[in-house]
Design a protein around this ligand. Structure first.
Ligand SMILES: [Zn+2]
Length: 278
């Protein structure tokens, strides 16, 4: 969709949707460095690499945007790792819902369906219950941030184009809405006089300052199954003191994650795609 067409959609009814805060959240007054993880998909090697890197950079709390499991061979260990971080907010993803038996795999392709069935079988009853208890997004984290899996208007919707991004930005009630689901790192910025899209960067490290007058919709990219042609694991840190998002891409032991997928009897294509980031 041409940008000009998008302009007419949102400029006719522009509202940032935030101003003087009415939130009573105690976190609203704190400055925090949030570790942001999404679409881990049972890839323990990728998750451990991201956590180790984030630890050297310091973070205060963890936010997880869903899809902890499905596709990868380590669903239980991934849940254990995330629980150990004592995350401040976690919302469920579509794979989490199917893998714990909350929903049927109706919308899934054959490969996703077979991985979901495998995951359901190997999950411990405790982990299945923990996934089933995860809240639906969006979830308000503090005065600056809200998180969701797919979009703030529908937890299962995919935000790929600018039309959906504008709808999400108008639905979001915070200056920064973090989302996942597409496994594609992208940032949409909406201000009174412009709309910008920033796609994935080749750099392993990128800092994105957030303008006070803009609203942002940001996908940090997938930890465990990137799909932007870059096989490196992706994660972000949001620093509310400096008002910036730090985006990272990291090499991790892909071969190890692939070998576990093959050994588990999961579809080979799930191992192959990790090498190419598709
Ligand atoms: Zn996902």
């Amino acid at each position: 969709m041409p940008v000009a067409a998008v302009w007419t959609i949102w400029s006719s009814n522009f509202s940032t949707g935030f101003g003087p805060s009415t939130s009573t959240s105690h976190l609203g007054t704190l400055t925090m460095r949030y570790l942001v993880l999404t679409d881990i998909h049972g890839n323990l090697e990728a998750l451990d690499t991201c956590i180790a890197d984030a630890t050297t950079r310091r973070f205060d709390a963890t936010l997880c945007l869903g899809d902890l499991v499905g596709y990868g061979a380590d669903p239980n260990a991934v849940i254990d790792r995330l629980q150990a971080l004592q995350p401040l907010s976690v919302v469920r993803g579509n794979h989490d819902k199917v893998a714990c038996g909350l929903e049927q795999a109706e919308g899934f392709n054959a490969v996703a369906k077979s991985a979901a069935r495998w995951t359901f079988d190997v999950l411990t009853p405790e982990h299945r219950q923990w996934l089933a208890d995860l809240p639906e997004g969006p979830h308000i984290v503090d005065d600056m941030i809200e998180i969701c899996h797919g979009s703030p208007f529908d937890e299962d919707a995919y935000i790929f184009d600018e039309l959906d991004a504008v709808r999400a930005l108008k639905t979001s009630t915070r200056p920064l809405c973090l989302f996942g689901h597409t496994h594609y790192p992208v940032t949409f910025e909406l201000a009174a006089d412009h709309f910008d899209t920033v796609g994935p960067a080749a750099a392993g490290e990128m800092r994105m300052p957030l303008r006070a007058e803009s609203k942002y919709l940001l996908n940090p990219g997938s930890v465990g199954q990137p799909r932007d042609g870059d096989p490196r694991a992706a994660y972000a840190i949001v620093d509310t003191a400096t008002r910036a998002v730090e985006l990272f891409r990291l090499r991790y032991p892909v071969e190890q994650a692939q070998a576990k997928i093959v050994d588990a009897g999961l579809p080979d294509v799930l191992a192959q795609r990790l090498a190419v980031g598709r």
